[in-house]
Design a protein around this ligand. Structure first.
Ligand SMILES: NC(=O)c1ccc[n+]([C@@H]2O[C@H](COP(=O)([O-])OP(=O)(O)OC[C@H]3O[C@@H](n4cnc5c(N)ncnc54)[C@H](O)[C@@H]3O)[C@@H](O)[C@H]2O)c1
Length: 315
């Protein structure tokens, strides 16, 4: 296959000043993209700010011969999101790619989360992705082309102890990406979600020990962060024709994550089952051996109505 290139294309990478986002920004730039590196420079718990974080990565890209600009606005406000879009347009004239990557995390048991922590986490991930993506979507619609990558998490898809605010935020991004994919389809806009596991301060912050035990070091080595960038770069490319997908990347394994409907139990037509009927069939309802993966919520309604013999084309 010919090398994927991004010459003449403009990419915005939020949270591009550190960790995984920095690697996405660097790789896109190496392949010819003009990159707006956005980073507010917060701690991984969402404290403080540091404009030099984005500046450093933009300078790194330029030192390698690439084209980059820096933005230190926070994605968490509407003004910040618009400023990021305006900066990309002012510097480079168009927007082809948005990688919604900025993120923070707090580890707190569910019954101890404060309202402030809850809102802060959702404001960076969920509000932030909205504030950047909506104005970017409008620009892409005008161009008839665009690629979104929403950085979600297996925590959001499957849950993880002590991460209620983060996991809620990350699962919301799966929903947002799905709808951006559906609404973008008519305008040449694709959207996919990535669920990464990659070594960064977000991973090491979870471990309190000053010295890393040898067993854990092997784990850190296995989840090298540069193993995530190839997937993100592919999904951001013109050559990618997948949309409406969620793909996990962990330790060099890349695999689709999907929500599907199990075959379930189709109750008798014309009856309203009782709670006891549900109880009697719960194993069948709970089974996952047969399933289908719809392309939208409507697909499921159509499929069940077909099973019932209802013709929705006459609606
Ligand atoms: N590292 C992993 O294993 C892992 C797993 C699943 C998901 N993720 C997600 O990947 C993304 C990158 O994580 P990372 O591990 O590289 O973490 P990181 O802390 O190294 O990088 C996140 C960057 O986002 C920036 N940021 C935070 N709030 C911001 C805001 N309001 N506006 C702009 N920038 C902001 C931070 O300053 C930081 O540089 C995050 O969304 C994270 O939730 C990471």
């Amino acid at each position: 296959m010919t090398r994927l290139r991004f010459d003449g294309q403009v990419a915005i990478v939020t949270g591009g000043g550190r960790g995984l986002g920095r690697l996405y920004a660097m790789e896109l730039a190496r392949r010819g993209a003009m990159v707006l590196v956005n980073d507010f420079g917060e701690s991984s718990q969402g404290e403080g700010s540091d404009a030099s974080v984005a500046d450093h990565v933009a300078a790194e890209i330029e030192a390698e011969g690439g084209i980059a600009a820096a933005s230190s606005d926070s994605v968490a406000s509407a003004e910040g999101g618009q400023a990021i879009i305006d900066e990309a347009l002012a510097r480079f004239g168009r927007i082809d790619i948005v990688i919604n990557n900025a993120g923070i995390i707090r580890f707190t048991p569910f019954d101890e989360i404060t309202g402030d922590e809850w809102r802060k986490t959702l404001s960076v991930h969920v509000d932030g992705s909205f504030h950047v993506s909506q104005p970017a979507f409008r620009v892409m619609k005008g161009q008839g082309y665009g690629r979104f990558v929403f950085i979600s998490s297996t925590f959001g898809a499957f849950g993880q102890l002590g991460t209620a605010s983060y996991s809620t935020a990350k699962s919301a991004l799966l929903g947002l990406s799905n709808v951006v994919a559906l609404e973008g389809a008519a305008h040449g806009i694709q959207s996919n979600a990535v669920l990464p596991v990659g070594f960064s301060r977000m991973v090491t912050d979870q471990a309190a020990d000053a010295e890393v035990p040898p067993g854990r070091q092997a784990f850190y080595d296995a989840i090298r962060p540069d193993l995530i960038a190839p997937l993100v770069v592919y999904l951001a490319s013109r050559e990618c024709n997948l949309t409406h997908r969620a793909i996990a990347a962990c330790a060099g394994r890349y695999s689709r994550v999907f929500a599907g409907y199990a075959d379930g139990w189709l109750s008798d037509a014309g009856t309203t089952p009782s709670a006891e009927d549900v109880a009697a069939r719960i194993a069948q309802i709970d089974a996952t051996d047969g399933f289908f993966v719809p392309n939208s919520s409507v697909d499921e309604t159509i499929a069940v109505c077909r099973q019932r013999g209802v013709d929705l084309s006459k609606m």
